[in-house]
Each structure stands twice: as structure tokens, then as C-alpha cells.
Design a protein around this ligand. Structure first.
Ligand SMILES: [Zn+2]
Length: 160
């Protein structure tokens, strides 16, 4: 397992592994899933790689398993929250450690034809917009339970 002590996401992975935080969804063998803060996108999850890597090409033989874990989490989000469309984003421009953003999008979202980042950028400068985009239609505890129940029922692998 590779770890970069200077990387904030390596520390976040360690924190999620050490404690059962209320936003923790699942410990996969190669990644850790948690509910992200922007629950206007109901069921929005972040999936962080356990290994410190900045590009998929660096994962080597673990890459297929990492991608399978992402797809399984995506299936859970789809089944639990029935989005109009799920958006998959693997960016890392701000924190260069492999992590997926899974944004469920609603047909009624006025910004549905744009990436969420435009709205999130507005929220950074506007407390009312921030409140709107962090408030979910489903409480975080319930969202977590739904996702965990689906992952358990569908045999999602867990970290050893
Ligand atoms: Zn890292």
C-alpha cells in the first residue's frame, strides 16, 4: 500500500479507515466510499483510492478492481436514488490522488446540461446557494443505510 504523508486524501483515507464516520459508505479492498457534502445531488458519493496514485495508469494490476469498485458503487447509487443520469468524474486537479465523484443528476436540475462545478463554484461565494446545494432530500444517515444495504445485498467486496 503506497501512502504519501503530504497528501490530504491519503490522510482522509486513513481517517475513514480508523473511524466509523457518519458519512462513510463502504470500505472496498482498493478504495473507500463516502457521501460527499453536496447532497442536493442526492446520493453524491466520493470514492477514494486506498493507494496514493495520481493517474489510473499508475495503479498496475489493481486498476481493474478499482474500476469495478467504482462501477459497483455507481450501481448502488443508481438503484437507491434513481437519478436521471449519473455523472462520473475523475479529476484530481485540486487534490491529485485518484478519486471518483459520482454525481446523480436530476432532470429538474436547471443546470442539468452543465458539470456541477459551475454551481459549486457559485456556492463557494454565496452562503444561500451553499445551503441549497448541501441540503439533501434524504438525510445522510438514511442515504448511507440505503447504500450499505444495497452493497451488502449485492455482495460488495470489503477490505480485508
Ligand atoms: Zn494520496
Amino acid at each position: 500500500m503506497t501512502h504519501d504523508p503530504a497528501c490530504p486524501m491519503c490522510r482522509a483515507v486513513a481517517d475513514l479507515t480508523a473511524a466509523d464516520r457518519p458519512d462513510l459508505v463502504w470500505h472496498f479492498p482498493h478504495s473507500v466510499a463516502h457521501l460527499g457534502p453536496w447532497q442536493f445531488y442526492t446520493g453524491y458519493c466520493v470514492l477514494m483510492a486506498r493507494d496514493h496514485a495520481t493517474e489510473l495508469s499508475q495503479l498496475g494490476p489493481a486498476r481493474a478492481a478499482f474500476l469495478d469498485e467504482m462501477a459497483l458503487l455507481a450501481a448502488a447509487v443508481e438503484a437507491c436514488f434513481r437519478p436521471h443520469k449519473l455523472n462520473y468524474e475523475l479529476l484530481g486537479n485540486l487534490v491529485p490522488h485518484l478519486h471518483w465523484h459520482l454525481f446523480p443528476r436530476a432532470a429538474a436540475d436547471p443546470d442539468r446540461l452543465r458539470p456541477v462545478w459551475f454551481a459549486l463554484d457559485r456556492a463557494d461565494a454565496d452562503p444561500a446557494e451553499k445551503a441549497r446545494l448541501t441540503a439533501g432530500t434524504v438525510p445522510v444517515a438514511e442515504a448511507r443505510t440505503r447504500l450499505r444495504d444495497w452493497l451488502t445485498a449485492n455482495g460488495a467486496p470489503t477490505a480485508p
